[in-house]
Structures are given as C-alpha cells and as structure tokens.
Design a protein around this ligand. Sequence first.
Ligand SMILES: Nc1ccn([C@H]2C[C@H](O)[C@@H](COP(=O)(O)OP(=O)(O)OP(=O)(O)O)O2)c(=O)n1
Length: 125
Amino acid sequence: MTGIQEADHHQSVSLDLLKQKMADFAKERDWDRFHSPRNLLLALVGEVGELSEIFQWKGEVPRGLADWKEEEKLSDVLLYLVRLSDICGVDLGKAALRKVELNAIKYPASKQYTTDSDGAVNMSD
Ligand SMILES: Nc1ccn([C@H]2C[C@H](O)[C@@H](COP(=O)(O)OP(=O)(O)OP(=O)(O)O)O2)c(=O)n1
C-alpha cells in the first residue's frame, strides 16, 4: 500500500511515515547527494517564501482560509523540515513535544497575557 490509500488507512499520518517516504523518494532517485543540510534548509526557506507569496499584500486573512488551494505549499514546508531533521539526526517529533512542554512551563495557563504594539508578550497574575 502506498500514497493516499496508505494515509486513508492510517488514523493520522506520522512524522515517521513522512520521514520514510522522503528517504525512499531520495534513495530511488539517487538524490541523497543533493539532500545536504544546507540544501535542505535553503529548499525549506524557498518553500516558506512561496507560502508567503500567497499571503502577501492581501491584508489579514480569516481563519479557515475559504477556498484555499495551497495545501501543497504547506506540505512542501513540512516535507523539507522532516527531511532536514532526519539528515541532521534530530527526532523531530520528540524535539517538538519537548518544546511544547517547555513552552507550557515558560507560559503558564494560569497567567494573563497581553501583547505590546511590537508584538512582545506580557505576562501578569
Ligand atoms: N531536490 C529535491 C527536489 C524536490 N523534492 C521534493 C520535496 C518537495 O515536496 C517537492 C518540491 O518540488 P519542487 O522543487 O518541484 O517545488 P514545487 O512542487 O513547489 O514546484 P514549483 O516550485 O514549480 O511550484 O519535491 C525533493 O525532495 N528534493
């Protein structure tokens, strides 16, 4: 089973599955030689740039992004990030989970939060 059927079969798509798919994709094309950390980072930033183009000059966009057809750009960002993490030997899922835990310690849910005009977060009791 491959591709979309596989995704449908799974409850949700895991980072490990995406990591394996990207590794297979590169290996089958002999593209490991292109997937250096630097190249992957530049490719990732390039895809973030493509994503940014969709939003630029449009003002604030409502949540839900009605009729948004740009899922592929988000996917490219994720795929390059997953691949970069793999090549750099980082367990992205574990690292992100740990960061979520650190965020919760840094910003307790019991506090009140406001933001400055420059976007900085202020915390109070
Ligand atoms: N050296 C490469 C080139 C591509 N890809 C994979 C990862 C991305 O998911 C996708 C990116 O493909 P393109 O560079 O063709 O970019 P787009 O799909 O965004 O096409 P375009 O820039 O024409 O819109 O392909 C990859 O793994 N390694």
